[in-house]
Design a binder for this molecule. Structure first.
Ligand code: GLU
Length: 307
């Protein structure tokens, strides 16, 4: 059999069974929950779903609510890391944050305390809060603009700051994130214990199409920076589910509390997904289910047609 083009194949395998997968996943998602700690995230329609695949060769395919706009939340974390590694260099970044996985939740103070205030990886809130301060700019808005402009220019995405979401995030106290910032500052990993930049970049919003475009910055996987970011996403991207998902799916993946998910198929494609209902670890139920199915079919193509 001729060796087909892998990116197109990923798109092809998604088409026929997708709606069946979505139905199965939505049945699972009945027990899922919308996050309640950001008021505006609790008001969205939990049954929405969308998936967009963008291959590195330019082919695209999408299904579901591909024009729904949602805040990236923690999905911004690998992109913040990519931006800083490319613009400031490795030395400055790794002085602030480590590359070790954690079995504890994304905002665990216990982990930060056990590490004496050292943020052990950039996918945790501690790591991203520490790194957000490194974005050039003199105000939170200037820093957020820098990251937004860099990502949009490089990927032809159209991320926009969702000011309503940011107001909603800031309308409630987040004592855990505040305590993380204080602890980081005490240990010297943050100059000023502010959350403004971190909160703003989490509210950069877009569609699954934007997500897949931005993900393509990581999908080429040729440079060592991309490989580093992908490796950290693989081991730390899905909260406490990271290790299990790395074993079953094996694609670097990052989720956010809004239900957005970005997966990288190294060398082939980026997949943007959205569906707001979350499981107990805070991951989008429908999005992870769809990725599991896609990866299963992708693997079977690898072992039959592509060898
Ligand atoms: N801004 C959110 C927080 O720090 C992001 C969390 C997430 O998406 O995991 O709580």
């Amino acid at each position: 059999m001729n060796k087909a083009n892998p990116p197109e194949s990923l798109i092809e395998i998604a088409q026929a069974p997708l709606l069946t997968w979505v139905e199965l996943a939505q049945a699972d998602a009945q027990n899922g929950k919308l996050p309640s700690y950001v008021p505006q995230l609790a008001t969205v329609d939990g049954d929405r779903w969308a998936v967009q695949i963008q291959a590195v060769n330019g082919a695209t395919w999408g299904a579901g609510a591909t024009d729904d706009i949602f805040p990236l939340m923690s999905v911004i974390k690998p992109l913040l890391l990519l931006f800083l590694l490319e613009t400031l260099g490795a030395e400055q970044v790794w002085q602030r944050v480590g590359q070790l996985p954690s079995d504890l939740p994304y905002n665990s103070l216990t982990q930060l305390e056990a590490d004496q205030g050292w943020p052990r990886n950039p996918m945790l809130n501690s790591g991203a809060i520490a790194l957000a301060e490194l974005i050039p700019g003199s105000t939170a808005m200037e820093r957020c603009d820098q990251l937004q402009a860099w990502l949009n220019q490089r990927s032809r995405a159209n991320l926009q700051l969702d000011l309503g979401m940011l107001a909603s995030v800031e309308s409630v106290e987040n004592p855990i994130n505040q305590a993380i910032a204080q602890r980081l500052a005490m240990a010297g990993y943050l100059q000023s214990p502010q959350l403004a930049t971190y909160n703003a970049i989490c509210c950069l919003a877009g569609t699954v199409k934007d997500l897949a475009r931005i993900g393509c910055l990581l999908a080429a996987n040729s440079a060592s920076i991309q490989q580093t970011v992908n490796q950290i996403m693989l081991t730390c991207g899905l909260y406490e589910q990271s290790a299990a998902f790395a074993q079953t799916v094996g694609w670097p993946t990052k989720s956010g509390v809004s239900g957005g998910v970005l997966a990288i198929v190294p060398g082939e494609a980026a997949i943007g997904l959205y569906s707001p209902k979350l499981d107990a670890t805070g991951n989008s139920i429908v999005s992870l289910f769809l990725l599991e199915q896609l990866a299963k079919f992708h693997r079977s193509l690898d072992s039959k047609d592509y060898k």
